[in-house]
Ligand binder design. Structure first.
Ligand code: MN
Ligand code: MN
Length: 295
């Protein structure tokens, strides 16, 4: 691996970790989701990195893919189980990390501990040559040992330059995948635990988007925003907040772009059985017989 690449991966990991710590420290009763998302993203920019995706703040039965809109006034409530998922990149080299925080209560400590424990067990066993299915098996055992179930249709992923999800997919159970971990791979491992069905369903879109296909847009306003989106975000996910900072008519123009198939709106992911959800995530750089945690 080139020294430049390694330096960027290490820096992205460190910035992502610090941003996660800052965001998590802000989560409290009465604080707005918008404030936490914006401060966390501002920190990433201040450190000379860029967000790899909008900060995800997913509460209780919501597992992932929610970020507040620019006019969202929602605040955290006592008892909320909050997943904060943060990504940053340096020259396209990324860190991806998540933590779960419970607001003011301790009713869900064992649920919150389950994915952390599973992730530690996975980090200890991951090395060059380990089959992906075996990682999932260890994660599932870690979660079940706390009395919960893994979410089977969410999982970890290989990260490549400018591509958050690319190459290997790592299930949170043994899916029988015999593909092996290779040296110098960058992997995000992200166990999700629940007391519900162990599966997520798609709900309504949650303000997070990605360019789907480059096509001609007739509407002048939507075309202008689409050009800005391609230039600013390229192949990475973005959100209504970031677009509204570029274009006061962003919400309407985003709807036009979704309708025309130019961009895709990610649905919010909700636990299918109405279960509570916790998540922990780290990015790992495979270095021979060990996995180095970058985040
Ligand atoms: Mn993540
Ligand atoms: Mn991830």
């Amino acid at each position: 691996m080139e020294q430049d690449t390694l330096d960027s991966i290490i820096k992205a990991g460190a910035v992502t970790r610090e941003a996660r710590q800052l965001g998590a420290s802000m989560i409290a009763e009465g604080v707005s989701l918008l404030n936490v998302a914006e401060e966390t993203e501002r920190y990433i920019l201040k450190k000379g990195a860029k967000p790899a995706f909008p900060v995800n703040i997913s509460i209780n039965q919501i597992a992932a893919h929610f970020t507040p809109a620019s006019n969202d006034r929602t605040t955290f409530s006592r008892g909320d189980v909050v997943k904060l998922d943060v990504g940053a990149h340096v020259n396209g080299h990324m860190g991806d990390t998540a933590i779960t925080v419970e607001v003011s209560t301790k009713n869900w400590s064992s649920l919150i501990d389950a994915p952390s424990k599973a992730l530690s067990m996975a980090i200890d066993m991951i090395s060059e040559g380990v089959p992906v299915g075996a990682i999932g098996g260890v994660i599932e055992r870690g979660i079940r040992s706390n009395g919960f179930v893994p979410i089977r249709n969410l999982g970890g992923h290989e990260i490549k330059r400018h591509e958050l999800h690319s190459g290997l997919s790592i299930s949170n159970y043994d899916d029988g995948n015999t593909a092996k971990v290779h040296n110098e791979m960058l992997l995000a491992i992200e166990p999700f635990a629940t007391d519900g069905a162990g599966e997520v369903d798609n709900a309504k879109p949650g303000n997070i988007y990605i360019v789907q296909r480059d096509r001609e847009i007739k509407d002048a306003g939507a075309k202008h925003l689409f050009d800005l989106i391609k230039e600013e975000f390229g192949s990475l996910a973005f959100c209504e907040r970031w677009c509204s900072a570029l274009d006061p008519k962003a919400p309407a123009n985003l709807r036009t772009l979704v309708r025309q198939g130019a961009i895709y709106a990610y649905p919010i992911l909700i636990e299918a059985g109405g279960g509570m959800v916790s998540q922990t995530e780290h990015t790992l750089l495979i270095n021979g017989s060990r996995a180095m945690v970058t985040t």
